[in-house]
Design a protein around this ligand. Structure first.
Ligand SMILES: [Zn+2]
Length: 307
């Protein structure tokens, strides 16, 4: 190994340590009151509020429209159109979820609110910041080495993409909001680039937490189980629909205590952690999907969400 490569590896280990240490504090769901927006734009009696100062790769942020009999609204960002949703109180909300590999730079955000026959439109620049994701190298045991195969992972991503494509039209979460699925140290961060068995590179779609086999795992929020079965990479896996395109997934379980179609309450024990699938030791891997993409679940826990 060259000295340069050795130094790079030391630097990566140091950065990994820092990333995990900074994330030791669990996210706090801001149940109430609504926080102050970080910016407001006014247009024809309607205000557009942003609840984030900037967006990061893999990040998510909340938009809110208020005032003036809005009948529907949508936004366009990075070539994708997404609807706002209403809880019937006259406010309209939308979540922006950013790809973990979105190139960091400025993009235009357009917001279009429909009032009668008129369309009130907003435009502004939104910057996506680099998240500085780390590199991790893993060696899988020989009996699980076949799980490094890119085709196995592609098939599993396709299964999960099909499951999470359904957007339930209303929130299924409640005032209890979203919480961590267990109380234990975070052991591996979202978004990292992972080299498996010295070869193929993949991305980490969630967070890992230390958990001996058999640890009870809680549903992060109220919702409905849409999948509780075995997957190749995620092992025994539970996927919960929280409504509006937000899903939480829990991997490598030893036992599943819920079935597809079952409603769950926030904090309900849905299974016990384990070491099934593409795992190199007992732990819980959990992940959040919003708007059809993997987002940083820890940052997601810090969001204020209407309920
Ligand atoms: Zn993981």
């Amino acid at each position: 190994m060259s000295i340069a490569r050795y130094l790079v590896l030391i630097l990566i280990s140091l950065l990994a340590g820092v990333a995990v240490a900074q994330s030791e504090l669990p996210g706090v769901f801001q149940a109430a009151p609504r926080p102050l927006p970080s910016s407001i734009q006014y247009q024809a009696g309607i205000s557009l509020e942003l609840y984030f100062a900037s967006l990061t790769q893999g990040g998510s942020g909340l938009l809110r429209l208020t005032g003036g009999d809005i009948q529907s609204a949508r936004y366009i960002f990075r070539g994708e159109e997404q609807p706002f949703f209403s809880l019937g109180d006259g406010d309209w909300h939308a979540l922006i979820a950013v790809d973990m590999d979105a190139p960091p730079r400025s993009y235009e955000l357009s917001v279009l609110a429909q009032r009668g026959r008129a369309t009130v439109s907003f435009a502004r620049d939104l910057r996506i910041e680099s998240a500085g994701y780390i590199l991790q190298e893993f060696e899988l045991p020989a009996d699980r080495a076949y799980l490094v195969d890119g085709a196995v992972e592609a098939a599993e991503f396709a299964t999960l993409a099909a499951l999470t494509a359904n957007v339930s039209p209303a929130p299924l979460w409640d005032g209890a909001g979203f919480e961590l699925p267990l109380d234990s140290p975070l052991s591996s961060p979202f978004g990292s680039f992972r080299v498996l068995n010295g070869g193929r590179e993949t991305r980490h779609t969630g967070w890992d937490q230390l958990a001996p086999v058999g640890t009870p795992i809680r549903a992060m929020a109220a919702g409905r189980v849409v999948f509780a079965d075995r997957l190749e990479i995620r092992g025994n896996y539970a996927l919960i629909d929280h409504g509006l395109g937000i899903y939480s997934g829990y991997a490598h379980f030893s036992d599943l205590f819920v079935g597809a179609g079952q409603p769950v309450f926030a904090g309900q024990i849905i299974g016990s952690s384990g070491n099934t699938g593409r795992s190199s030791g007992p732990h819980l891997h959990w992940e959040i999907v919003a708007g059809g993409r993997w987002v940083d679940g820890l940052a997601f826990l810090d969001l204020w969400l209407p309920a």
